[in-house]
Ligand binder design. Sequence first.
Ligand code: FEO
Length: 610
Amino acid sequence: MHCVKKITDDLVWVGANDRRLAMFEGVYSVPDGVSYNSYLLTDEKTVLFDTVDKAVRERFLENVAFALDGRPLDYLIVQHMEPDHSAVIEELLDRYPGMKLVCNAKTQAFIKQFFDMDVDAHIVKENDTLNTGRHTLQFVMTPMVHWPEVMVTYDSTDKILFSADAFGCFGALNGAIFADEVDFDKDYMDEARRYYTNIVGKYGAQVQSLLGKASVLSIGMICPLHGFVWRKGLSGIISKYALWSSYQPEENGVMIAYASVYGHTENVAEILACRLCDKGVKTVMFDVSVTPSSGIISAAFRWSHLVFASTTYNAGIFVSMEEVLSDLVAHNIQNRTVALIENGSWAPASGGLMRGKLEKCKNIRILAETVSIKSSLKTSQLSELDAMAQAIAAELMPQKPDAAPEKKDAGVIDSAVMFKLTYGLFVLTAKDGGDDYGCIINTATQITASPLRISIAVNKANATHGVIQKTGAFNLSVLTESVPFEVFEQFGFHSGKGKFAGCSYDDRADNGIRYVPEHTNGVICGTVAEAYDYGTHTIFVADVTQAFALSAEPSVTYQYYFDNIKPKAPKQKKKGFICKICGYIYEGDALPPDFICPICKHGAEDFEPL
Ligand code: FEO
């Protein structure tokens, strides 16, 4: 018997659930099953979006026949050729001989590989459209989210994004089809994260590209190939994808993953967890021999700090830990702080080997000190665990001020407090005849939504200021965290026109004024409505005439610029002595003759001046 769900007046879910599948793709456990989503659009033409896995073909075929209600099937859009979505293509062609396949060229090649048949498909390219009556479908190529042939489809009539694997989730659908019908954050977010990180976690750049393309579409609903349909709270799941695909942690805290044969390594991991919790640090723990690798990958994407503790096994890393680490490296984990613990009764080696694996990852900072135990932890080594906990906690917990801040007298103005305000950074551009102008500003604010108005404060010393005063028009390009210092040199530190000399781009908004398409996430075009003279600066209040997104990257803040982009002044050379054996530095004018290196225990004779 058919089992379908209505999505809109002319869109029906005709997919099916599988709760008997143990291992999705043969590698990911799915204790709550999985859904294979397919959607039928009943416009003047009938359109099916993808098929399902062969395990549920019977229910799917019943559903399609019921939803068609005797009508022919005109189109099958194949967005993804992985067999969990394409297994029934050949059978559909047999049942509905008038059906036309719609796919891209890569998909057509894959169809021949999987089915050994030639199909006369309607081949589509980026932004091609298909009109089916009331609906217009636009095709957007999203290679490697999750295979190279993947594309998504945008129904510009009903503002629906058919998102292929993106925005999917493990778990069968238990009656509800919309994410807002369940407590998604509480009951499903962990599985959505495990799905994302394991299925497309490796392809962060490609997911960012998809998010960039999606950001210029007006999307009211997302229909993925697994899990729930999103019709409310889309920004929540989209912002999770923006975070996950940038490899930034979701939460500050520590994930400890350990491999322990007889419990001694586990004991060290647990003591460390207790020390961390005592310092107020959130901590989660996994035994890598029990928790599947996919769960640990997911947790590693969630938490900011990772601790790996492994016994040495066959002179290497313990087998299940080796699998987890290889998987993490393969999934491109980045931007984390890592601490290592090793155990080895006669030749501890796992610490160095784990370090060697993780060093291949981008922006992974591994604490220098590995805690190394032989068989079991001794009291004398508790201080090493304390030091590890302290080093991690120091990064995660806000530092308490040494003393209560001094109370200021009434009327005192500390101008440094102005830096505590939150600012962004923008390239402000204008045009005077054939000349383009630009400068950096940090003061742009939305004033009202209706009418949509913004204000900018511009220093009169900038040539761009004079041009805006004269022409009354400007563009604001919102800079992102990836912006290199050179952009500030280009636009911020030179005066006059010619800021774009040598630029490889010449992108202009509808007002003919240039904008900056690189390291920016959006452009706002303004026409000046009012101007206020404030001595050194003019505040321009402007109506927004155009605004468009360029990427999903986070906007850069003034603080981020100072902390991460602006080059630091060279540090004063320290006075002191360095241990020639281990590199320990003793700071001071004179090294005591009886000094012993606290790291390698060598004496003063093995030190030399810095
Ligand atoms: Fe659900 Fe990449 O297939």
